[in-house]
Design a protein around this ligand. Structure first.
Ligand SMILES: Cc1ncc(COP(=O)(O)O)c(C=O)c1O
Length: 474
């Protein structure tokens, strides 16, 4: 890197050993972004010549930086930068002039989109598009278009296509123990839209919300954008800990993922479910049950939804087709307590009218004709085998990487040593692995260090090769 001699000269500190001066220079260059994550550092021979110092001095500096986690060295290949540049000191966020208070809160809340490419190994929450029956879907789309195109080209019902609502209500009653009829279903584009609607309609600024800790960023951001005061509610091996939570200030709303806690993967036990419903009743609070991937339960049938146990109409249930079918379909739904239906349908009409009709119609046909149930069955077998393979591949690393809850889903969490997590994350990311640190999911002090490892969209070869890459980074 041509700037190194200049930086090295500027860094000159005669009271320090020469190799320490060089380590400092390189450290600064990495942190400032002159040497980006993953880039190759000049060979020691070349750098020694450029800086007019001995090669052994350069080697000493490289070893020091490797031990500190700044460099990753591969014999015969070279030395690579293993950590990302430090983010620039936070400048006050530039807020566009004229935004409303709510607009400002939305900008402050940020986005929950994962910055990493969805196609890198270990990306969480991705079903496998290659395993989806695309030809069948295409044929069914054509048939519907031909048969019903004109109707489907008009404006549609804001609450959702009636035949899809019927299909969803039937599926939920049969497979998830949800007690509802089609009139309680509101079809949306995503769980994210469901969370935004809930936040906008049920939360006033400074209302208290309990959110699972660690928890889903999509929920956190939607609620923050409505001005909620979020209280992290701890999660243990039985799910959201209702005993500790009872000491927190009373909530207006509680967000939870009881079937498969996001990101730790715990299933909430029945006593906890009962206690949570009891607390919600005591505080006159709403419960949001986000049931995003319970279809993929590998060891036993998933526990029926919390909504089915609710006698008081406090649970608002969110379901999505993003995981069971494919994420770009953009169809999800809410099951609403009857009192809330008019307000939610009205708001949905006001926001964006409705979800595209053709996609709704094809999804309804897919469900009615039995393809949905059979696709879920097939994906359960496929994803389970991939989970098993990933567990086997990680086995030799069990002293360094401990799995947390692996009973279901498209990903599982693993724990690694707290001190080594940043260095290993950077090294893995430099090699193209989507290692998403668990720390991102904590609002307060983090309790667990590690990653969320997605496996469902990876072939067997990709799983083995990703674990080989990971091994080299540890
Ligand atoms: C906890 C949780 N809820 C919901 C979703 C699905 O979101 P959407 O329906 O917006 O695609 C995800 C996706 O990753 C999730 O992790």
């Amino acid at each position: 890197m041509s700037a190194l001699p200049t930086l090295f000269a500027a860094e000159s500190q005669p009271d320090l050993a020469l190799y320490e001066q060089l380590s400092r220079t390189l450290r600064k260059a990495i942190l400032a972004g002159y040497l980006p994550l993953g880039s190759k550092v000049p060979a020691s021979r070349v750098l020694a010549a450029d800086l007019a110092i001995s090669r052994s001095t350069v080697e000493l500096a490289f070893s020091q930086l490797e031990a500190e986690g700044y460099l990753h060295r591969q014999v015969g290949v070279g030395s690579f930068v293993a950590i990302a540049a430090q983010p620039k000191p936070a400048r006050p966020r530039k807020t566009a002039a004229g935004l409303s208070q709510r607009g400002k809160m939305m900008v402050e809340a940020g986005t929950c989109r994962d910055a990493t490419s969805p196609f890198t190994a270990f990306t969480a929450g991705q079903p496998d598009p290659a395993a989806f029956p695309r030809e069948l879907w295409g044929k069914m789309t054509q048939q519907r278009w031909k048969k019903d195109g004109e109707r489907l080209m008009r404006y549609g019902d804001s609450q959702g296509l009636p035949e899809l609502r019927e299909a969803i209500a039937g599926y939920l009653a049969q497979s998830r123990g949800v007690v509802c009829d089609a009139a309680q279903i509101l079809v949306l584009t995503s769980s994210q839209q469901a969370l935004q609607l809930i936040a906008q309609l049920l939360i006033d600024p400074n209302d208290t919300v309990w959110l699972e800790e660690p928890g889903y960023l999509g929920a956190r951001n939607a609620l923050l954008s409505a001005g909620a005061k979020i209280i992290p509610a701890p999660v243990d091996h039985d799910g959201l800990n209702t005993e500790i939570s009872s000491t927190l200030s009373p909530p207006k709303l509680i967000y939870t993922t009881p079937s498969h806690q996001y990101p730790l993967g715990v299933t909430m036990s029945l006593p906890r479910r009962m206690a949570l419903l009891e607390q919600a009743a005591q505080h006159h609070a709403w419960i949001i049950e986000d049931d995003y991937d319970s279809e993929f339960s590998y060891e036993q049938r998933p526990l029926p939804a919390l909504q089915g146990l609710d006698q008081q109409g406090r649970v608002i249930y969110i379901g999505t087709f993003s995981k069971v079918l494919f994420p770009s379909l953009r169809i999800a739904y809410l099951v609403l307590p009857p009192d809330l239906i008019p307000a939610f349908v009205n708001a949905r009409a006001a926001f964006d009218g409705h979800t595209p009709q053709l996609a709704q119609a094809v999804t309804a046909d897919f469900m009615h004709q039995g393809h949905f149930a059979s696709h879920i069955r097939q994906m359960r077998v496929l994803y389970r085998s991939r989970r098993d393979l990933l567990l086997t591949a990680l086995q030799p690393l069990s002293e360094l990487i401990q799995t947390v809850n692996v009973n279901g889903g498209l990903q599982f969490a693993v724990e690694v040593d707290h001190h080594r997590e940043p260095q290993w994350t950077a090294a893995g990311q430099a090699q193209g692995l989507a290692l998403r640190p668990l720390s991102q999911f904590y609002l307060g002090e983090r309790k667990k260090s590690g990653w969320l490892l997605g496996y469902a969209s990876l072939s067997n070869i990709q799983i083995n090769s990703a674990v080989d890459t990971l091994k080299k980074c540890l």
